[in-house]
Design a binder for this molecule. Structure first.
Ligand code: ADP
Length: 692
């Protein structure tokens, strides 16, 4: 190969691979290019892919959550939609009320089923609707004279001295400067007068004098007086029920006072009385009864919650919550309320929702939705930052500050397991791909090396054939010229010259035969004609052909042919060539043993032909390869002999075409024994034809 043009690396590789000729160099260059292209186009991309695939196995962990995320997102979205619906409806209803100039703090049911209290704060601070604030009343001082009179009154009433008791109550009323205490005493007086039928001081007088005052239990004295009066009337005549109903209507129509439960209690008492009357046959409108009972309950609950939450509201207002435009939502973990602040002109309107009820209702919806998606669970919870498991998706509520809806995998262990399995599968696939690529590289390299080897073998073959041709031709020409020029006078010498010419011509024709046969075999054009033959005749003929060669090498030939050899179906010329090739090899590689043995044996259905020598023998690793095309052992003792590496190839082909087989074994004591096993009857096929 031209060393000038090839880079140093290639030269190095060439030396490593023992490249000898220009042709081999070109082969090597081509192979190197092939390896380069292979590395660039296959190995590099595969390595890159493997790298990315391995890197992506760590993403496998998150990708299952990512798989569930769309479902989780959908679920969360539905719950958020429901939450928006609750508050959207509420805000629209409030807007409508304000637009129509209707009270935004009464009839809370119609605004939202979750409302528990509402306040209208004038100027953002002072409560104007729906309840009044209690007036600060004078502290009622109990004087000893008042208490004494009251004690006497009570004792007299217990004794049944009603007139005496009424007088004592009247006395007590005069013994105090507190209008409230005096009103309470007067109420008792009026009650006893009512029983006694004395008209001197009646409930009507109490209502007139003390009606708006509250007694120590928070009842308006007027309300109690009216209740007592109406109950009395109801006991007397059926028309008395009317007064009770009027009382209820009056109480329901009046403004109630925060922290004062008197009005609803009196109304409730009157309603119960009316219900009893109705049950005992009184004519009371049942619709009115139930309607009134319902709105009483609602308003009472609203009064209760409005009072309960009032301090919290005051604190929020102090902090300036609700000054922003639109509706502001606030909540505090310790409070049962969700607050909504809304400006309306100068006023601040504040609503309190039952927060836990809203959360529970959202949780119920979430449960219903996650029941449909078996692999997810959802939870409405405080946004405290700690996820309850591997979270698939979470979102904060718009109107419930501090709360969020979170969707997680229903079965976190299963998820982890699935995750692990997925990662393992990926790694296995990647490793398999890498292994396959590595094997692919190995196979390719081997293939390239084999190609190189076969290129070398073919080069050797061409060189060997030309070399083998040259020496007999030279011999024949030299000896022929010597005879032609009449340079040899001695008859014996001349005879020897002729013999040598014939021998060299035979060698030449053997070589040409072999090359032509090999070519025919390669083309698949070789045909054999099977006839019954006497093996002894055949062996003698082959030995005769080789005799000059054997004797020329100074070797002795030992024939061992039994008399009872059977006739075999063979192609005489082909089997002859087998023997000649084996004998020729025995001469070449067995010359040092000075001995060749040829023997034939009849065993069962086969004829065995053996050619033995005591030469250099065959290394065990070569024993299987010597029959391959062009194969020549690397042993220097073999290399010293001329050869083309096709002799045994032809031998094996011919033997197999006869349905037989050939083996090479060591001869005991050194050398090689080739054994040809031939079936007695020729077999069709393998390119063989038989006649006769
Ligand atoms: P060639 O003899 O032209 O090299 P063959 O096909 O006849 O080719 O033989 C192949 C190889 O087998 C030889 O190169 C040699 O290594 C080995 N071989 C054949 N016959 C013998 C033998 N009798 N003793 C030792 N080696 C042998």
């Amino acid at each position: 190969m031209s060393s000038r043009r090839s880079p140093r690396l290639i030269r190095f590789i060439a030396r490593l691979l023992k490249v000898r000729s220009e042709h081999e160099g070109r082969q090597l260059l081509r192979a190197t290019r092939l390896v380069g292209v292979f590395g660039l186009l296959i190995v590099a991309p595969v390595a890159l892919l493997a790298y990315f695939a391995l890197a992506s196995t760590s993403d496998g962990a998150t990708s299952i959550e990512a798989d569930l995320a769309p479902e989780g997102r959908g679920l969360v979205q539905q719950i958020l939609d429901e939450e928006r619906e609750i508050f959207g409806t509420f805000e629209t209803a409030v807007d409508r009320r304000l637009l129509r100039n209707q009270s935004p703090v009464n009839g809370l049911d119609e605004l939202s089923p979750h409302l528990i209290a509402a306040y209208q704060l004038q100027g953002g601070t002072s409560l104007v609707e729906p309840f009044d604030l209690p007036l600060s009343e004078d502290p009622a001082e109990l004087t000893p004279a008042f208490e004494r009179a009251m004690q006497r009154a009570i004792h007299a009433e217990q004794r049944g001295e009603l007139a005496e008791a009424a007088e004592r109550y009247a006395e007590a009323a005069q013994q105090t400067t507190s209008a409230r205490l005096s009103g309470e005493a007067r109420l008792h007086q009026a009650r006893l007068y009512g029983v006694l039928g004395v008209g001197a001081y009646t409930y009507a007088d109490v209502i007139g004098d003390y009606g708006a005052l509250r007694d120590s239990r928070g009842f308006r004295i007027g309300d109690v007086a009216r209740l007592n009066q109406a109950e009395l009337a109801a006991g007397r005549s059926p028309d008395g029920a009317l007064a009770l109903r009027e009382l209820v209507d009056m109480l329901m129509g009046s403004r109630w006072v925060l922290f004062e439960g008197g009005e609803p209690t009196v109304a409730r008492r009157a309603l119960s009385k009316l219900e009893t009357i109705r049950r005992t046959g009184g004519s009371i409108d049942p619709d009115w009864l139930s309607r009134t009972r319902r709105s009483l309950d609602r308003r009472d609950a609203q009064l209760y919650w409005s009072g309960y939450l009032f301090d919290e509201l005051a604190e929020l207002v102090d902090r300036g919550v609700g000054t922003e435009a639109g509706t502001t939502y606030r909540t505090h973990p310790n409070s049962p309320a969700l607050w909504a602040f809304r400006r309306s002109g100068q006023d601040l309107i504040v609503y309190a929702f039952d927060r836990d009820e809203i959360l529970q209702s959202l949780q119920r919806s979430a449960d219903r939705l996650s029941e449909l998606k078996a692999d997810l669970v959802s939870e409405i919870r405080l946004q405290d930052g700690s996820p309850m498991g591997p979270t698939v998706f979470r979102r904060a509520f718009d109107h419930l500050p501090g709360f969020e809806v979170q969707v997680s995998a229903a079965d976190p262990e299963g998820l982890t397991e699935a995750r692990r399995r997925r990662a393992a599968t990926r790694i296995a696939i990647v490793l398999l791909a890498i292994a396959t690529s590595v094997i692919g590289v190995g196979v390719t390299v081997r293939y390239v090396l084999n190609e190189l080897e076969s290129a070398r073998i073919k080069t050797d073959f061409a060189a060997n054939v030309s070399h083998e041709l040259r020496s007999p031709i030279t011999q024949i020409r030299l000896k022929g010229e010597a005879l032609q020029l009449d340079l040899i006078r001695d008859d014996d010498d001349r005879r020897a010259q002729y013999d040598a010419i014939v021998r060299e011509a035979e060698r030449l024709s053997r070589l040409v035969d072999n090359v032509l046969d090999f070519a025919a075999i390669e083309r698949g054009a070789k045909r054999y004609t099977m006839r019954p033959e006497d093996p002894v005749v055949l062996i003698h003929s082959a030995v005769e052909t080789s005799r000059a060669n054997i004797e020329g090498a100074g070797m002795t030939l030992e024939l061992d042919l039994p008399d009872d050899l059977p006739v075999v179906w063979i192609d005489r010329d082909a089997i002859g060539q087998v023997l000649i090739n084996l004998l020729s090899n025995a001469v070449k590689y067995g010359a040092s043993g000075k001995w060749i043995g040829v023997e034939a044996r009849h065993t069962g259905q086969a004829l065995e032909l053996r050619v033995r020598d005591r030469g250099i023998g065959i290394a065990p690793e070569d024993r299987n390869r010597i029959f391959d095309d062009f194969y020549r052992s690397a042993d220097p003792r073999v290399r010293r002999c001329k050869g083309t590496g096709i002799g045994l190839t032809i031998v094996r082909y011919i033997v197999e075409a006869h349905g037989g087989r050939i083996t090479a074994e060591p001869t005991p004591g050194g050398g090689t024994t080739f054994t040809v096993h031939l079936p007695l009857t020729a077999r069709d096929g393998g390119g063989a034809t038989s006649h006769g």
